[in-house]
Design a protein around this ligand. Structure first.
Ligand SMILES: [Zn+2]
Length: 74
């Protein structure tokens, strides 16, 4: 595996999922480690619990966006 490279050079994260404007999920290109943005803006490991929180956040966020569009349409 390439995980040795990660422990030496650090992870090479790319955005895997946009949750909101401030919260994103990241995945390391080499070892596939997943991280997410915490409430205070730090990167923390993406646990199943946070995955759940993020999917709810994403739903709520997109609902809001839709409502905005609807209001703008009228
Ligand atoms: Zn890595």
């Amino acid at each position: 595996m390439n995980t040795i490279q990660c422990s030496v050079f650090g992870h090479d994260f790319i955005v895997s999922k946009d949750i909101t404007a401030h919260v994103k999920e990241y995945q390391c290109k080499r070892c596939k480690k997943q991280m997410t943005t915490s409430a205070n803006g730090n990167l923390i490991p993406l646990t199943p619990q946070f995955q759940k929180i993020n999917s709810v956040l994403k739903k709520v966020h997109h609902k809001k966006e839709k409502r905005k569009e609807f209001i703008l349409d009228r």
